[in-house]
Design a protein around this ligand. Sequence first.
Ligand code: NAD
Length: 326
Amino acid sequence: MSPNVADPKASAPRNPKVAIVGAGSVGATIAYASVIRGVAKHIVLYDVDAAKTRAEELDLNHGIQFVEMARIEGSSDVAICAGADVVVVTAGAKQKPGQSRIDLAQANCAILKTIVPAIVELAPGAILLLVTNPVDVMTYAALKLSGFPPRRVFGSGTVLDSSRLRFLIARRLDVAVQNVHAYIAGEHGDSEVALWGSATAGGVPLEDWDAPGRAKLRARDRTEIHASVKNAAYEIIRGKGATNYAIGLATARILEAVLHDENSVLPVSSLLDGYRGIRDVCLSVPCVLNRRGVEAHLPVPLAPAEEEALKVSAETVRGVVRGLGF
Ligand code: NAD
């Protein structure tokens, strides 16, 4: 082609590539939710279990006719992740009934130590999105193992816990969940903190909620709701062995915020460096997310008890991280 004739392919923007490491319940559901939401045109699955990866690749591809066109590939060779824009890590052991997320730290960190160096080599410009539990610990480990800038390494954090919180508040108040704004901050786990002081429904602070014909939200209700959020995963795992649909949708939403360069506010887990005096630990607080990753941590108003609980949560996660030698 003459150099004066524009090559449409040369100027066309490349389709973003999402690599999902781990094609288990969570990884496959993230792929499914992402395909249905049209999050990315090119999704690859990498898992050491070749037969499972091939099965998920086939099953996902057989549904493409019914959604936006996308290319889905699977492999047991990590090279399939080459050039990915975002690498979602879901590989690892999951909780067994009664096990806490922190109980998984040692085994899943060992897996991370094999995966991260390969990803750094194959996709040096990627954003790393950790989902494997305990997610705050894994995010910190991936940050250190990769050497990537902190904005490019974050975890799904309490995006899922916050959606569980919003669902329970919405049901109690009988309003649509989309009209509830409330965050869980801190660890994605037992020390997580419900930020009631900044929670609103339809613009009404929840602490003042007194809508005609609607239930009130008393201190006892708030305690019960927070306990239900914390124990949700335990209940689901007892009943069906894994949680997958909500984390699939939550992760697809995070991917969308990043790949569509939205500046959306989501409570992902990322390195805090002086947030309310908290340093050198990955935890969730509401963050602005865009194509570059975590753009800013929002200074949400915290009641004194919330700030104290966030510091306790930071210490919990830091203790596990130090125990792993980071
Ligand atoms: P799963 O057992 O169904 O899948 C895990 C997959 O990882 C398996 O297919 C396995 O073959 C693969 N794997 C193991 N080692 C690997 C390696 N070195 N390279 C590539 N693949 C490897 O488990 P699941 O239910 O999909 O859960 C996965 C993880 O996600 C768990 O740690 C779970 O606790 C976590 N999780 C996190 C959240 C969250 O909110 N962050 C929610 C649900 C589950």
